[in-house]
Design a protein around this ligand. Structure first.
Ligand code: HEM
Length: 233
């Protein structure tokens, strides 16, 4: 293992997770301690059950739907596909998804087919919707005005992760067993790092994103659960 591989695969994972945990703890502390003198809401105050309304907001973005249908469409597809990719990565890392699918009676061949179809679709859809979201920030003066550096950093980081993820998916075959070996070796503090350069860039950017989340707008999902309409009913 050379120095670059050791830093990306043997040091950065620990630093990224530590930064994420400490950063999130700090965020929670600030959220819990922030005084809430008046009843303000991030989105129209829900009628009826708050829990149901907050859950609906988190899952289907109804307020955004009312405000901007095109943005809602790109944004919902983007987030839903991210969830699909997350599930796919549980398979990349653990093989747990395989065990569950085998247990419910699927064959290995079917599992591979489902993985290829959903992985390919997710990779393409996610990249297309991230490009659309970036183009929107650049193309419309009204949106450009309210976009900060952080918005672009998050989107560019994500684009880098998506492009390298798609290269792993569509390029020369990358053996997922190496990712699993790497993940487990990190738990025993004796990292075995894959040598594939595309994998290393993908992991590097993904780990930067993990460390960046608590300090960036990527954390907007947390705000929904701390908005006053959620807390004060
Ligand atoms: C350290 C963390 C990560 C590792 C080790 C990792 C590893 C991988 C690997 C090995 C593949 C190829 C899968 C295959 O060919 O079957 C892949 C694909 C992909 N990754 Fe990651 N990944 C990480 C984080 C992320 C994150 C945070 C995102 C998005 C925000 C992401 C998005 C993608 C996409 C879009 C693909 C292509 C579609 C797919 O195969 O699901 N990855 N990743």
């Amino acid at each position: 293992m050379n120095t670059y591989e050791f830093i990306v695969g043997g040091i950065l994972p620990y630093l990224a997770v530590l930064t994420f945990v400490v950063g999130m703890a700090y965020r929670f502390k600030v959220w819990f301690k922030t005084p809430q003198p008046a009843r303000m809401t991030l989105f129209p105050a829900p009628q009826g059950s708050t829990a149901k309304a907050v859950l609906a907001e988190a899952l289907f973005f109804p307020s955004l739907f009312k405000g901007d249908k095109l943005l809602w469409c790109a944004s919902w597809v983007f987030h839903a596909t991210l969830v699909l990719v997350f599930v796919g990565h549980v398979r990349v890392f653990t093989g747990l998804a395989d065990s569950i699918m085998l247990a419910v009676g699927m064959t290995k061949a079917t599992i591979d087919k489902v993985s290829v179809t959903s992985g390919v679709a997710a990779g393409v859809i996610l990249l297309a919707s991230a490009i659309l979201l970036l183009a929107r920030r650049l193309a419309f003066a009204r949106v450009r005005e309210i976009s900060g550096v952080g918005d672009f950093v998050a989107l560019l980081l994500l684009l880098g992760i998506l492009v390298t993820g798609d290269l792993l998916r569509f390029g020369p075959h990358f053996d997922l067993a190496q990712t699993r070996e790497w993940a487990w070796s990190l738990l025993s503090f004796s990292p075995v790092v894959p040598h594939n350069p595309t994998f290393l860039v993908h992991a590097f950017l993904a780990l930067l994103l993990v460390a960046y989340i608590p300090f960036s707008k990527v954390l907007h999902f947390g705000g929904i659960f701390f908005s006053q309409s959620a807390l004060r009913r």
